[in-house]
Ligand binder design. Structure first.
Ligand SMILES: Cc1ncc(COP(=O)(O)O)c(C=O)c1O
Length: 365
């Protein structure tokens, strides 16, 4: 009998498959209010839904290379040509393909904490080492520390704009400094549409062939379950990453839905307007709680620090779930702040329910 463990690549030792407890919980009980995963609360617009159905009717066919979608994405993004665009099964696959293209076992990837948890997970499965640099007290990236951490083994630095969970937009100077280094610089713009594409780092990316921008339809477009993301970069860089594409990584059904969503910029604007309205409401209401710090966001999630009240992240999140059926996101105690928690902005009704629940928790202490 083959010794499977001996055949396994050694860097998979000790790793676990990705598992999200709160998403499992939300699917088990669909009455729970999902304010934990930075999904959009609004279902697909009719124009998108109809196209998904049209695609489903042709599910017996393989899709082509979807150049019409790349062309549309280029048009939306500063008029880039289609060879500056790469499509992925969510931006997670874009990140994965980029990691596979530039990292090998023993290489290093630099991330800044707190950040999206999948960077380290995808680096681990390649056998690369993740070097994590803690952000400054105001959650700005600590560029000096990041720069100092770059070693001959560093191949990739990944920094989100705006960052999740902190919500802050990043200054050009940070990317400028890093893009001049001999590394691949990934700018993860999963949430950029909420603050507007004028905040995108595309103009910088055009200057630097070693810079890649990762985008998704999971957030502002509200299509997380459809799984569609894309990368923007110089054609040579996109050409290299394209070598790793899994054939037909975008399902035909998803392609139909994505094209319709990208063509409905008015529908997108409306979702963004409602979300930003919800953000202003939640931020201003919860700022009234004594001892709570609200970190203003440029995404569809808000980070709060209740450490000064003495309440711990887990306590808050558990109470809101148990008493009000709302799932929020507990956070690790970054910088010793034990009261950090994150709320994903929902629809109007969900936001009101959530504000009431959080206020009730603090009032009853
Ligand atoms: C910063 C960031 N990047 C990327 C993603 C992944 O999005 P998707 O794979 O759904 O495109 C997320 C999801 O939460 C995120 O927070």
């Amino acid at each position: 009998m083959a010794d499977i463990k001996k055949l396994m690549v050694p860097w998979l030792e000790g790793l676990k498959p990705y598992f999200s407890e709160h998403i499992e919980k939300a699917w088990e009980d669909r009455s729970l209010v999902r304010m934990m995963s930075n999904e959009g609360p609004f279902g697909p617009q009719k124009a998108v839904f109809d196209k998904l159905v049209e695609g489903a009717k042709m599910a017996n066919r393989y899709p082509d290379s979807l150049n019409h979608i790349k062309k549309k994405i280029g048009e939306i993004n500063f008029g880039l040509d289609q060879d500056w665009v790469l499509l992925g099964n969510g931006s997670t696959e874009i990140l994965d393909m980029t990691f596979r293209s530039f990292l090998q076992p023993g290489d290093e990837l630099i991330q800044s904490l707190p950040c999206y948890g999948i960077y380290i997970q995808r680096a681990n499965i390649i056998g690369a080492k993740t070097v994590s640099i803690m952000s400054k007290d105001n959650w700005e990236y600590d560029i000096d520390k990041i720069e100092n951490a770059i070693s001959p083994r560093t191949k990739i630095v990944v920094l989100a704009n705006p960052n999740n969970p902190t919500g802050n937009l990043i200054d050009d100077s940070i990317y400028n400094r890093l893009a001049r280094k001999d590394i691949i610089l990934i700018c993860d713009e999963a949430y950029i549409e909420y603050s507007g594409l004028e905040n995108s780092k595309i103009p910088l990316m055009k200057k630097y062939p070693n810079m890649i921008i990762a985008r998704t339809l999971s957030k502002a477009y509200g299509l997380a379950g459809m799984r569609f993301g894309y990368a923007l970069g110089h054609p040579e860089t996109i050409g290299i990453i394209s070598r790793t594409i899994m054939s037909w990584n975008i399902s035909l059904i998803c392609a139909f839905g994505a094209y319709a969503a990208l063509n409905d910029q008015e529908g997108l604007k409306e979702k963004i307007r409602l979300t930003n309205e919800g953000r202003d409401y939640i931020e201003s209401e919860l700022a009234k709680i004594e001892g709570i710090t609200v970190f203003h966001t440029n995404g569809n999630y808000i980070l709060f620090d209740a450490s000064k009240t003495g309440a711990k992240s887990e306590e808050i999140v558990n109470a809101v779930l148990e008493k009000h059926n709302i799932i929020l996101r507990k956070m690790n105690p970054f910088k010793g702040r034990e009261g950090l928690f994150r709320i994903t902005i929902g629809n109007k009704e969900e936001n009101e329910k959530c504000v009431k629940a959080v206020k009730e928790f603090f009032e009853s202490r």
